[in-house]
Design a protein around this ligand. Structure first.
Ligand code: MN
Length: 232
């Protein structure tokens, strides 16, 4: 049977070292997973259980190592925020995954940005509406190449940072996560059957803030690589 309209392009992320490409199925994101970021957003990090939202797979934009990727400043916002995040790629599916088994489901790691229309997200919070307008817009998920777990160091205490126009803005380590990668995968898999190709953005450390058209955002995740975008 032939497609009746043009089929959308497959979304893929290159694997570091020219080892092929990783096909993306879904993009899950965890909210407020670093205590200091939860506090800067006005929440009590000790009380809130993990929660998740999604971005469409085609919100992914792949940034090549050592090149600055142009990302369009999105419409319908005057308060675009950066959030630097470690991204976990799922290589083995499952539901109701035990915390003790969860890391077997991880295929690799990447560095990503959860770009956010903070003003629209706040509108949605105020109205108790879903967050898509704030989180799920086109090109809202720049990402660098994937590093397979077999090539990656232990990522449980990896330095993660972001600079805006050369000025340090976010600095942290993945050990500051409230919910570990294993706990997040386990929790998420109770609600959704995870499948190969799923990505999980694991939350952002403190220091989120606005970026303007023309800004360059440089991010780094120890053991994985760097990511550079320019808002145009
Ligand atoms: Mn985020």
């Amino acid at each position: 049977m032939s497609f009746v309209i043009a089929a959308p392009d497959a979304v893929t992320i290159p694997v570091k070292g020219n080892k092929g490409v990783f096909p993306v199925r879904r993009v899950y994101c965890i909210g407020r997973n670093y205590a200091a970021h939860a506090r800067e957003m006005g929440h009590d990090p000790d009380r809130d259980p993990p929660f998740f939202f999604c971005k469409p797979a085609d919100a992914i934009r792949v940034a090549v190592q050592d090149q600055t990727l142009d990302i369009p400043y999105p419409p319908q916002t005057s308060d675009l925020h950066y959030e630097v995040e470690m991204v976990v790629a799922i290589g083995k599916g499952g539901a109701n995954i035990a915390v003790s088994d969860a890391m077997e489901h991880v295929w690799g790691y990447a560095l990503g940005l959860d770009l956010t229309r903070r003003d629209r997200q706040q509108d949605m919070k105020d109205l108790a509406r879903p967050w898509e307008l704030g989180k799920a817009f086109d090109a809202s998920a720049p990402i660098g190449a994937l590093v397979p777990v077999t090539d990656a160091p232990d990522m449980s205490d990896a330095a993660i940072s972001l600079q805006r126009n050369g000025q340090p803005r976010q600095q942290g380590t993945t050990s500051q996560m409230i919910w570990t990668v294993a706990e997040s995968i386990s929790y998420l898999s109770a609600y959704f059957r995870l499948k190969p190709g799923d990505l999980l953005f694991t939350g952002t450390p403190e220091g989120v803030g606005p970026a303007e058209r023309g800004d360059v955002l440089d991010a780094a995740l120890a053991g994985v690589g760097t990511l550079s975008i320019r808002l145009v």
